[in-house]
Design a protein around this ligand. Structure first.
Ligand code: NAD
Ligand code: 89Y
Length: 343
């Protein structure tokens, strides 16, 4: 592949993973970085040997010399930066959560569509090796037609030390983590027509909800439960594993803690180890997420070069983001929400 040149905006906590990922990706390299915090700019610039450094994104776009931009800032700046990329006709990757509101997200998709540039949301959890293994088993017909599912992420891991802003927002777990779990539910069982949610805050030191239970009606008739918690103290901490249960017409799939995939059908039961790779720069327990960062970046490059739609394009992600909005609305009003009416 001839190399694409990229620029990264936002040199914070998670951008380190994205920069390592770009080092491993075939067919792309990061040639410029931007952060309004000079310390983060220096730290990432020095660690990854990037000479072109900017404190202002407009100035970086004005200088140009890159084929895409990777936006790794927190949500507050996503709309302005994606629209800046569109104005400059530069394809963009935007971290999750895509936007502050669904109407912002729709405007961002429209800006990139009108500019004729690709837009992908860095919704990486569906790219995790164990999630891909579940999808592959389903596609191979291992359990026939799935009619029920559970997508569960229950943890007591301290995410606030690395990401202190997570303790400060009015919204927490659905917007930050549940967004991934909802995306996995869509990826595995298809789009959602309606949803009912309940939330709780257990940890008194944070502002938002840290527990959510969401019932999804999928368009194909399947029912699933997405349950997420950062208030669950277990004997063996599962962070950051998503556990999955699927019941189908011909059998069952269980993705169990420790990355085991158990498939039961007419042929009996098979158990496989679907652990993620520990990449050279990765560290446990984050390696599952870290490997998926590399995978989604490689996917970005391949689809961009082909001119093909990305798995988690902006347009696709509207359907995941709508589930986030619907879940907060349902929990606030105690009602079932018609998701299709939001799109
Ligand atoms: P962070 O606060 O550590 O880093 C954000 C950086 O962006 C900061 O250094 C800040 O100075 C910079 N910044 C903000 N606005 C800017 C602007 N307009 N111009 C230039 N620089 C700007 O945040 P983080 O923990 O790295 O999270 C970043 C994003 O990544 C969040 O949206 C978070 O939800 C997401 N995230 C995703 C995953 C995942 O698996 N996909 C995991 C963790 C975090
Ligand atoms: O920000 C979150 C994410 O996207 O994955 C895990 C996380 O870092 C903490 O919940």
């Amino acid at each position: 592949m001839t190399g694409l040149k990229g620029a990264l905006i936002g040199c914070g906590f998670f951008a380190i993973n994205q920069m390592h990922g770009w080092n491993d990706v075939e067919g792309a390299e990061i040639v410029a970085i931007c952060d309004r915090d000079p310390e983060r700019l220096k730290l990432v610039g020095d660690q990854f040997g990037i000479e072109r450094r900017y404190s202002n994104a407009e100035a970086m776009f004005a200088d140009g010399g890159f084929d895409f931009v990777d936006i790794a800032t927190t949500v507050q700046s996503h709309r302005a930066l994606v629209e800046m990329a569109a104005r400059n006709k530069v394809p963009a990757i935007c971290q999750k959560p895509f936007a502050k509101t669904l109407s912002d997200a729709k405007a961002m998709v429209e800006a990139c569509r009108a500019a004729g540039v690709a837009l992908m949301v860095h919704e990486n959890f569906r790219w995790q090796t164990p999630i891909q293994a579940v999808r592959k088993a389903l596609d191979a017909g291992a359990i026939g037609t799935p009619f029920w599912g559970r997508f569960s992420f229950r943890s007591g891991y301290d995410v606030f030390s690395g990401q202190p802003y997570l303790a400060e927002g009015e919204r927490f777990i659905i917007e930050d983590l549940g967004i991934h779990t909802l995306d996995i539910a869509r990826y595995i069982l298809g789009d959602v027509s309606s949803l009912t949610a309940r939330t709780k805050r257990v940890n008194p030191r944070i502002k938002g909800e840290d527990v959510a239970t969401i019932l999804l009606d999928h368009e194909n008739g399947a029912t699933s439960v997405v349950d997420v918690s950062y208030a669950t103290k277990l004997s063996k901490e599962p962070f950051p594993e998503t556990l999955i249960e699927l019941d189908g017409s011909e059998g069952t799939i269980r993705l169990t803690q420790g990355y085991g995939l158990e498939i039961t059908n007419g042929k009996g039961t098979t158990v496989m180890d679907v652990s993620p790779k520990l990449l050279s720069w990765a560290s446990r327990p984050w390696h599952n997420i870290q490997e998926s960062v590399f995978a989604i970046e490689q996917h970005w490059v391949e689809q961009l070069k082909r001119g093909a739609e990305h798995s988690t394009s902006g347009a696709d992600n509207l359907k995941t983001f709508a589930l986030v909005e619907a879940a907060y609305d349902s929990a606030a009003r105690g009602q079932t929400i018609d998701v299709r009416a939001l799109l």
